[in-house]
Design a protein around this ligand. Structure first.
Ligand code: 0X9
Ligand code: ZN
Length: 305
């Protein structure tokens, strides 16, 4: 199997980030977005295939939840596909000719590291609380979107602990700060999770419909249709609250309310057979499905804007 068909420990992902930027000096830059609670760097890659200033952009983050290993694997896959197939694959070429792409492969490095060393099923970050037995905030409950209402909990021992206040965690604050600083250029936000095979869009923090619900629905419907045709896999799609569950404080809803009107969360393979323990032999398929969705949606966003 290739490098991209395996899971990698955190140190190897940092090495890969450096190598990728070093080997592609014209098109790839590393951006230090912030640092984690345990002071690990949050590095994003900026893919930019044009020198024109003020370009439109999209953002993809992976690894908000530590145990969802297919998610960082997808971010690496996506960057590799972009760098390998620019000028050879029409869709990725059109996308990269039209926008810059920011890719944050591991938003929760402390948690990810912990899943390799200590507890494979860890979800949250590794911030201590006043209770020494209970560690970690759910970073996807820590954003300022109906923060800590139904679907999140104010208890540090809970797996869906929302934190002490919105953006209390350095990881979520770093991403929120970056998106605030770049909100005029970023048109599309995508957050990669697993598992359950769903293409979700706002809102998850309320049962209300987003203003452009029909546009968003049309995009994920087309993406799911292509995944079905190419890979014979079924993805559910719809607004988060009605498709999966009410879950406030998520990055997608927050980005949407910031003004990034094309905002999505993808739940990759599988539908529960292996769950978070998706075997490496399935990485290729899972990533190609997600890649199909990213491309379909990015191209549709380009048509609309
Ligand atoms: O609950 C979550 O954060 C996500 N599911 S997961 O199994 N990967 O934990 C779904 C997130 C959907 N979006 C929002 N809740 N905003
Ligand atoms: Zn998740």
């Amino acid at each position: 199997s290739t490098f991209y068909e395996r899971y990698h420990r955190l140190e190897d992902i940092y090495d890969w980030l450096n190598r990728t930027a070093h080997d592609n000096p014209r098109t790839v830059k590393t951006i230090l977005v912030g640092s984690s609670h345990e002071k690990r760097p949050l590095y994003a890659l900026k893919l930019s295939f044009s020198d024109r200033p003020n370009r439109k952009a999209m953002w993809i983050d992976c690894g908000i939840h530590a145990r969802e290993w297919i998610s960082p694997a997808f971010c690496l896959w996506f960057v590799h596909h972009s760098l390998s197939f620019y000028n050879y694959n029409k869709e990725i070429t059109d996308i990269l000719n039209n926008m810059d792409v920011y890719v944050l492969p591991v938003m929760n490095p402390d948690g990810y590291k912990y899943t390799w060393t200590t507890n494979r099923m860890w979800r949250k970050n590794r911030a201590p609380s006043h209770n020494p037995k209970c560690v970690g905030v759910d970073l996807n409950r820590n954003f300022d979107a109906n923060w800590c209402t139904e679907g999140a909990l104010p208890y540090p021992c809970s797996e869906i602990y929302c934190g002490a206040f919105p953006e209390s965690e350095p990881e979520s604050r770093a991403v929120a700060d970056f998106l605030r600083q770049h909100k005029d250029s970023i048109q599309l936000y995508i957050s990669i999770h697993s598992y359950s095979q769903m293409l979700l869009f706002p809102y998850s923090c309320t049962l209300e419909e987003a203003g452009n619900h029909n546009d968003l629905l049309e995009m994920v419907q087309e993406a799911a249709r292509k995944i079905r045709t190419f890979y014979r896999s079924t993805y559910k799609y719809g607004a988060g609250a009605k498709t999966i569950y009410l879950a406030p404080g998520g990055s997608d809803d927050w980005a949407y309310d910031l003004g990034i009107k094309y905002s999505f969360t993808f739940e990759l393979q599988d539908r529960g057979e292996y769950g978070f323990l998706l075997p490496p032999s399935r990485i290729g398929n899972a990533c190609n499905e997600a890649l199909t969705a990213v491309k379909t949606i990015a191209l549709k966003v380009m048509e609309k804007t």
